[in-house]
Design a protein around this ligand. Sequence first.
Ligand SMILES: C[S@@+](CC[C@H](N)C(=O)[O-])C[C@H]1O[C@@H](n2cnc3c(N)ncnc32)[C@H](O)[C@@H]1O
Length: 324
Amino acid sequence: MTSTLRAQLELLDLHPAATDMRQQVIEGMAQSPKQLPAWFLYDTEGSRLFDQICEQPEYTLTRTEAALLQAQAPAMAAALGAGTLVEFGAGSARKVSPLLEAMERPAYVALDISAEHLGEACQRLHNRHPQVPMLGVCCDYSQLQQLPPHALLDEQRRLGFFPGSSIGNFPRAEARALLQQFRQLLGSSAKLLIGIDQPKAVERLEAAYNDAAGISERFALNLLHRLNRDLGANFQVDQFRYRARWLPEASHIEMALVSTQEQTVSLCGLSWSFQNGEALITETSHKYSPESFLALAAEAGWRPEARWSDAAGDLSLHLLKQAD
Ligand SMILES: C[S@@+](CC[C@H](N)C(=O)[O-])C[C@H]1O[C@@H](n2cnc3c(N)ncnc32)[C@H](O)[C@@H]1O
C-alpha cells in the first residue's frame, strides 16, 4: 500500500439532489404513465424504511445475497484481485464486509445519494474495519462523468460492486447506458461484481414488494411526503394507494401510487392532474435471467468472468470484466 492510502474514513458531499430533482420531476410527470426516478425514494426516512423492507420475511433478496457473499467471499476476492472496491448505491453498506475481510489490503469507496444515511453507514463500517481506508461520496452515480480525484481511486485498480439487483431499477436502455458509464468511471483494468435477481413464481415476486407489515407501502408514500417537503408540492398523501404488480411482458415488478380520486397537484410551480385510478410509478424492478443479463452486459462492453448463484437459483452475483 502506498503511504497516501491511510486507514481513515473521509466523506465528500457533491450535493446531488439540489441540482437534479426539479428538472427530473418535470420530465417524469410529463410522461405517460407518470414516473419518477427510483432515487427519489431515498431521503433519510426512505433509506431507513428500505432497511426495514430488507428485514421483512417476504423480501428474501437481501438475506440470500448476503449469505451468498458470506459463503463465496474468498473465491470472489481471489477473482477480483487487488484494488479499491467502489460500491454504487451502498445504502447501509451491510453486504461488503465479507469481501473486505477476504481481500488482501482492501480499500473501499461508497457512493450513495442519501447523504445522512451514507455518513452513518460509513462510520459503522469503519468501526468494524478500522484498518480499511474508506471514502463515502454523496452523489448521483448515474450523473457522474468521473469519480472524484482521491488517492483511493487514483492509486489502485477500481473494482465495482453493485449488489441488491439495483440495475433492475433502470429501464433496459438506461441500464445499458449505466453499465457503459460504470466502465468509463472504473477504467480499463476494472472488474464489476453485480447482483441480479431472477424471475421466479409470481406469488413470491409480488409478495416481496407487498409485505404484510406494510413497509413497502410506507416506503412509496414517503416519496409524496418528500416531494411536499423538498419541492413544495401539495400531494394529499391519503388520496393515493400503493400497488405492486408483476408485469410478465416487461419482466418487471411495477410499484406505483394510484390516485383514489380525480385531483390536481401542484408541483414545481406547475399543476398536474390525476384521474381516479391513475398511477404514478415510483419504481420498477426488472428481473433478468443470467442469459438476458449477460446479453445486456455484453452490449455495454462487459464480458463474463465468473458467476455465483444461491442453491435455489433465486439470484446470481456476476463478475464482469471489460471486453477487449
Ligand atoms: C435498493 S438500495 C440497495 C442498497 C444496498 N446496495 C443493498 O444491496 O442492499 C439502493 C441504494 O442506492 C441508492 N441510490 C439509488 N439511486 C442512486 C443514484 N442514482 N445515485 C446514488 N445512489 C443511488 C439509494 O440511496 C439506496 O441506498
